[in-house]
Write a protein that binds this ligand. Structure first.
Ligand code: SF4
Length: 438
């Protein structure tokens, strides 16, 4: 396997510096310490390359004895990857007698990005389509190929090599991530890719190279070496910390006859706050001996049970471009900092309750390339319709699952995404519908 090296504006970090251009120069001053995950990924790539070369009948040296992280799972993943690529090559042969297959191909996209290069795991060229397949060994983040800038940079680099030689019309990009059962494919025309390069990639890369542009926080921050020292991120976290709720209906401390919100209300408030880019700080008033009232405990355990199943739509999620849809709005009294300050002065800091949500009320989050619409009501007629996710707004919907409940049938029109609900309600309060595109 060829060494991949590191560029200031690497393809693998392009999601970060395209969102936050000054992060490129900021990260430059930090050592690249590496990690066990990166080392494991490097081993897995070496094995994938070997297995693929073997499958294609090419000469290859077995790297296994030098792989620190080799195990049975890695072996199965590498075999699966080689099989998948082989299937793609066979499919290409249906329309093209002699498809070109390149493994671990260095690609250079420095026409748009100063010093920009990378290594594509596999490139297949056949019948007007240039396909790039990238292996991901990581488990933590589900990687989508849709508008994935790393893949698009590789696509540009591959076009630089082959566009003059072959008659290429479109570029297909595939992420193969076996440990997450994820094969994500996205295709766009060569012209669309060049337009993105000229209008977005090149100008933003110029800003990043110069250390200019605006800081912007988002899910890309988790891969930023400067994240622990970044002022913009600290400010954003302070901003997030302003959303707090009380689980008591009446008052922020323990009283003789306390009255608590039920778990459904707390879950709905949690979903509403998270969809609006907030986090939730719960106030639970303890008794004088430090114990919590049994009613409070019951509700909190129920919320914990819901999070154990549905937490992937909440933890480490990011807001979608719209917080929610539906006829029922959250009353904002509970988030009004001035009102809370006034209530505290008066000795009574109560929290307004929301209206009863319906099956037409959704709150949106995203995480790892997937989209979540958290349904706040169960549909009496057997299906949910998400109007914000019609075929024009959310193209290429591939899989819809109910988190903790399995895959669901769906249909899509410009008016919305309609999802058939399971026969049985698998759990209570709210139901995250997970959508994967590409
Ligand atoms: S932590 Fe986030 S906002 Fe700060 S420099 Fe890194 S990417 Fe930009």
């Amino acid at each position: 396997m060829s060494p991949k090296g590191h560029a200031l504006l690497s393809a693998s970090s392009s999601d970060r510096w395209l969102h936050c251009p000054p992060s490129a120069r900021l990260c430059e001053s930090y050592d690249d310490k590496g990690s066990d995950y990166a080392a494991e990924g490097t081993d897995a790539h070496a094995l994938c390359e070997y297995r693929l070369r073997q499958a294609l009948g090419m000469e290859a040296t077995d790297p296994t004895e030098n792989l620190t992280w080799f195990n049975e799972e890695m072996s199965d993943c590498a075999t699966g990857y080689a099989t998948y690529v082989l299937e793609q090559v066979e499919a290409a042969k249906q329309t093209c007698a002699d498809p070109v297959v390149l493994i671990e191909q260095r690609v250079d996209f420095s026409r748009w990005v100063e010093g920009g290069f990378g290594t594509a795991d596999c490139i297949i060229i056949a019948d007007g389509t240039l396909q790039i397949i990238d292996y991901k060994h990581g488990l933590g983040v589900l990687v989508s190929a849709m508008e994935n800038p790393q893949m698009q940079c590789y696509g540009l680099g591959a076009l630089e090599l082959f566009d003059d030689i072959y008659d290429i019309d479109s570029v297909r990009m595939t992420i193969y991530q076996p440990r997450r059962d994820n094969i994500s494919t996205y295709e766009l025309s060569k012209d669309e890719l060049y337009r993105w390069a000229d209008e977005v990639l090149g100008p933003t890369a110029d800003l990043a190279f110069a250390g200019d542009g605006n800081f912007l926080c988002g899910e890309w921050c988790c891969f930023c070496k400067a994240k622990h020292d970044c002022r913009a991120r600290a400010d954003a976290n302070m901003e997030l910390d302003t959303h707090r709720i009380n689980i008591s209906v009446l008052i922020w401390c323990i009283v003789q006859e306390p009255k608590y919100k039920n778990a459904r209300e707390i879950v709905h408030q949690l979903c509403d706050v998270v969809a609006k880019n907030g986090n939730l700080l719960l106030n639970v008033g303890p008794d004088t001996d430090g114990s919590f009232h049994p009613d409070a405990q019951r509700q909190l355990f129920a919320v914990g049970d819901w999070l154990a199943v549905c937490g992937e739509a909440i933890y480490a999620s990011r807001p979608w471009k719209k917080a929610g849809e539906g006829p029922t709005g959250a009353k904002t009294g509970g988030y009004d900092v001035k009102k809370i300050a006034r209530q505290l002065e008066e000795g009574l800091a109560s929290d307004n309750r929301n209206g009863r949500y319906t099956s037409r009320d959704f709150r949106f989050t995203t995480r790892g390339g997937a989209y979540y619409a958290i349904a706040l009501g169960w549909p009496e007629d057997g299906s949910w319709t998400i109007r914000s996710w019609g075929s024009n707004d959310m193209p290429g919907v591939r899989i819809v699952t109910l988190v903790g409940g399995g895959e669901l049938a769906f249909s899509q029109s410009p008016e919305g995404l309609t999802i058939k609900a399971p026969e049985q309600m698998p759990y209570a309060y709210a139901w995250p519908l997970k959508v994967v595109c590409g």
